[in-house]
Design a protein around this ligand. Structure first.
Ligand code: DNO
Length: 349
């Protein structure tokens, strides 16, 4: 496995100099953030990220994310232009040495939580999702002041209501059809550029606000992988996204898809299932509902050799910053991941 760490670019309070000091760090996971979704990324911006990353002694090989424009997910005629732009972005990052692109196909809302600073008994804070709170929020209701963290701030409330209303006309099967259309156009380009496309599961892995969500479990991942028979068409195994449903056997999935050679990126984090939803916790197995050792072992036994990153961390030691993406707890997560993999590899010899 190649250890990596997400970096939000020069604006990120966590600097490359911090990240490079985490033992075993190999690659940076980043993106061009100042270009609207759907547009082509300037070559200069990509080159700048590469230069900064390499000057810090790290590899520039993983992009998270090249976001998919809503018109592609909605299957509008304008998708042609956005798919072309998407392919151009694959070519451009490949020219700069990128080997893996993480993306998702979630309508409108990426990851969704109800609170970003829930205090845990030890005084740290973390991201949580309580269904009862989500049920009180209606994004179609323009009068409602309730919003959820993580909502795309580039939408006004009216625009948000409009796009949600468009999705409400769609069935899951329509979204599958639009995904197939996208994959059939994008994967040949990825193949040509030798870039591994790694879809991120929907987080949480169920439908919210009546919006279809389709990459949620083993059955849907099987169907997804069946859309294109090529190793460049794969997944990001996000243990926290899949693990927030007790129905998902994450260990089984880790082994199965690693064995198929279709896991190109793994987001390793723990999550505690609680009565009303889930809480993000420290990475350690005993802190949550997932057996992180068993997941790492399954990846290893399946022959996984891709990128791994610690995922959301808690805020600890008084750190302030981007929720889920502080330095300290993610660095602890990284060293834990190192320990798991070292022990697993050495036990085998
Ligand atoms: C949350 C992340 C997601 C992920 C995208 C990939 O912290 O895991 O936002 O980057 O879903 O496209």
């Amino acid at each position: 496995m190649k250890l990596s760490f997400r970096w939000y670019g020069p604006e990120d309070p966590v600097t490359l100099n911090h990240i490079r000091q985490i033992p075993g760090m190999d690659s940076i996971v980043t993106a061009v953030y100042d270009v609207p979704v759907g547009e082509v990324w300037p070559r200069e911006s990509i080159a700048k990220l590469k230069k900064q990353t390499e000057e810090a002694g790290l590899h520039f090989e993983v992009i998270e994310s090249v976001p998919v424009h809503e018109d592609i997910k909605l299957g509008k005629p304008t998708r042609e232009k956005y798919i072309e732009n998407y392919c151009e972005n694959i070519r451009r990052v490949a020219e700069a040495g990128v080997k893996c692109i993480c993306y998702n196909f979630m309508p409108v809302f990426d990851w969704t939580r109800t609170q970003l600073d829930h205090e845990l008994p030890d005084g740290s804070t973390s991201l949580v999702y309580y269904q009862s709170q989500v049920d009180q929020v209606n994004p179609l209701n323009g009068d409602s002041d309730l919003t959820l963290p993580g909502w795309d701030a580039s939408y006004t409330r009216e625009e948000l209501a409009a796009v949600v209303a468009e999705y409400n006309q769609m069935r899951s099967e329509d979204l599958w059809e639009n995904l197939r259309y996208f994959i059939e156009r994008v994967i040949p380009v990825a193949k040509e550029c030798d870039v591994y496309m790694a879809i991120h599961e929907d987080d949480p892995c169920w439908s919210i606000f009546g919006l279809p969500r389709i990459i949620v479990d083993e059955k849907s991942i099987d169907r997804f992988l069946g859309l294109y028979d090529d190793v460049h068409h794969g997944i990001t195994l996000c243990t926290g996204s899949l693990g927030c449903s007790a129905k998902n056997d994450v260990v089984k999935m880790a082994y199965k898809y690693a064995k198929m050679g279709r896991i190109h990126f793994a987001h390793l984090r723990n999550v505690a299932l609680v009565e009303d939803g889930f809480e993000e916790r420290a990475h350690l197995s005993s802190c949550g509902s997932l057996d992180m050792y068993a997941i790492a072992k399954a990846l290893h036994d399946g022959g996984f050799n891709g990128y791994v990153r610690p995922d959301h961390g808690r805020m600890i030691w008084g750190e302030k910053g981007r929720a889920g993406y502080g330095l300290f707890d993610r660095a602890l997560g990284a060293t834990y991941i190192n320990g798991l993999f070292e022990a697993i590899e050495k036990a085998e010899k």
